[in-house]
Structure formats: C-alpha cells, structure tokens
Ligand binder design. Sequence first.
Ligand code: IFM
Length: 449
Amino acid sequence: MTAESAILRMPAGFLWGVATAAHQNEGRNRNNQWAAWEQQPGRIHAGQQSGRATDWWSPGTIAEDFDRAAALGLNSLRLSVEWSRIEPEAGVFDQSALRKYAEIIRLLRDRGLEPMVTLHHFTDPLWLTEMGGWENPRVEELFNRFVGRVVDALGDQVSLWCTINEPIVYAVSGYLDGDFPPGARSLPRAVAVLRRMLLAHGRAYRTIHRLQRGARVGLAHHMRLHRPANPSRPADRWAAATMNQIANTSTLAAITEGRLTPLVGLGQRVTHLIDTSDFIGLNYYTTILTAFAPHRPTSFLAHTFFDPHAEFSDFNPNGEPYGIIDPAGLYLALKTVARYGKPIYITENGVPDAEDRLRGRFIATHLAETWRAIQEGADVRGYYHWTLVDNFEWAAAWALKFGLYALDLETGSRTARPSATVYAQIARTNGVPLALLETVAPGYVVPSA
Ligand code: IFM
C-alpha cells in the first residue's frame, strides 16, 4: 500500500472548520428572546443561563480561541452574527456592533481561517418577538433589511453565507415540542413559522447576491435521518420515507426547486425560492428508527425511537437520549443531499461526550463515511465540527459537552480533549489516515467506495 492510498484523502481546497453560534458563545446577550426565556423558571436545565458563555464578546478570549482553531490546522470557522446586537431596536442599527463583527472576521482572516457567517441561528431581537416573531408576515422584510446591513458591513471579508440555521429545529422545538421559546405546542403554528423561514431564506439569498458578486449562499439544514425500524416491513419503510420527506427533504426541495410540500404550502411552487442554494449546509448528528403506527394519527402515523442496540452519546439532563452514534447515517444523509446537485458543506457534526470516550472515533468514522460519499459523487467541500469549546446548549444549558476543548465555567479556562488531536491530525493531512482510523476505531471497516 502506498503512503497516498493509506489516507482517505479529501478534495483539494477542502475546508476544515469548527461551527459556533453567537448566543452560545458570545455571552452577555440580553436583548434576544433566549435571554428572556432563560429568566423563566423551569425552562432551562437547573436554572442555568448563557451568562458569559465562552466570553467571545471579549476581544482577548475570542482571539485566543481563534488561535486554538488555527493551531489545530483548521482553515475555516463558522460563526453567527447576533441580530439583537446589530439592530437593538426596530430599524436602529448599531454601527459599533457591525464594526466589532468586522474586527472579529479580521481576526479569523489574520489566522488563515475562512469565515462562514450564519445570519440567523435561533435568536431573535426582543422587539421582533414582541411583534410575534416569525409568525408575523413582516418578518421576511425585516430579516431581509437586517441581512442587507450585515452584507454591506462584512461583505468585503466574507463570501460564504448561511442564511438561517436549522429552520426545522427552530420551528419544531419552539412551536411544536415547546422546548424552545415561545414554548408553543401547535402543528399549524410550527408549519407557518417553517414556511416563513424558507421564504425569508429565498429573499435573503437574492439580497446577498444583489449586494455581493461571488457570494456563496446556503442554508444550514438539520437532518436526522429516519431509518425503517424493520426494513423488511413495507409499512415501516413507508413511515420512514414519509417522515424523511416531512422532516428532511421538504426543506431541500424548497431551497432548490422552489417546491413547498403539501404540509408547508399545498404543493405550491414559489418562484423566488427556485435555485436559492449555491450550496447545501448539512447539520448531521444522529439517526432515528421509525415504525408505522396506525394509532398515532397526530404523529404522521409514525413511532420514532433510537435504536436500543446502538451506542448512545451522553444523555440530555432530563434523561432523554441525545442520539446514537451512526456514522453510516452521515453517508446516507450526504447521498440524499447530493441528489439536489449542489455543493455540500457539512456545516455541523458533533457529539455530546463529556468524557471524550467517543469523540475521536466519532470524528474519524464520520469523515471516513464522508470520504465514501465523495467517492460516489457527492460534492462535499468542507466539514465543520460542532464545536471548538463547550458552549451553551440551549435548554440543556451547560450539561451537554460538545467541545474539542473543555470549558471550566468558573475560571473560563480551556483544556484540550484528546479528540482535538485526532481532528488536528485529520485536518493537517486533508484526510483520514488509515493508521489513525485503526487506532481510534479498531475493527472499523473502511467503507468501500
Ligand atoms: O448546539 C446546537 C446548535 O445550536 C444547532 N445544531 C445542533 C447543535 C448541537 O445540539
């Protein structure tokens, strides 16, 4: 075997990054709906708050973390801008906040880290929430105005944009499951919000392209693939396929073909949504089994559960599993996304694993599966691990640890977990060395291409 064939090599120019988000990292965000939600008793695990988070609004700390990312051999970093800092009151734009983000981007560029900027990652300014948030039809135009200001301010340094992070998670968690603000439990409201976010994505796409030549714009789509509980049972296959359409491919069809599924838009084709993805951002964490359940009409006749025989990552503090480890699920997700014919960035992939017992293997095997999908034609251009330093994990607060670096909440000090070295080796090699794979995932069979 030659040295070259001993590496599952990624294409030249592949972006190796970590993904982060404003509210989960910056700290002291007090003017958005999450800050208000964190004040309400019973909403967040153990009454915790985002507080200082990873303290990225402090120039020293963020620069040191960017040093850490560069020292790992990364060449990119995904972050989001906080709408409530940039537009603290409706129509009032804070130039100092925009300048600060420009400085943050400069810090990235100075370290050879290509920025990928997300324009909306779960948080809304309080003034928008008071107007009804994403249920108010005006949000499309208001988001679009905000997007225009950000692109004006940062467009000379940023060309990779994610309009909205995980619309499906925002809509379902906030309006159906009630775990995110506003804590609603209504399918029609969730559907209305999802629809509005997709439409807002389309407008933002066009605005960014109008303002910036050469921009590359996508949406970060969360994909938890449904696998049939019993693959030999047609009813389970039907249930999994239905759920995949509702939760996964309907968003992809909207932002490529402009097609809204019956649930979101009566099968309507929306002209301004057609071809609004220069790339597709895929956020992949886990898969779920799905069985046909005729007695569950309000759950789309589906019963979903994690494979009890699989390996589980750390559990949510409420005792619910976060997910199982399923690297081949990433391969399947990439094959699904590749059908839309667009370049793909894995905009998030990670695992809650406080003891770091899984993460090194998780990274190496998920990237091996990525390599397999690339060999079969998926145009994957980059991988962003979630995340660099343990950060505020929404309703689970500080209980779930996703960082390559552990954060001491008291002192703010960071300690590299062993898996950081695994990721660094892969990034520096621009691929997964088979010897490394064998070390961190003994017995793992390299998928044949
Ligand atoms: O922390 C979140 C992120 O905000 C959105 N995607 C999933 C991550 C891990 O749960």
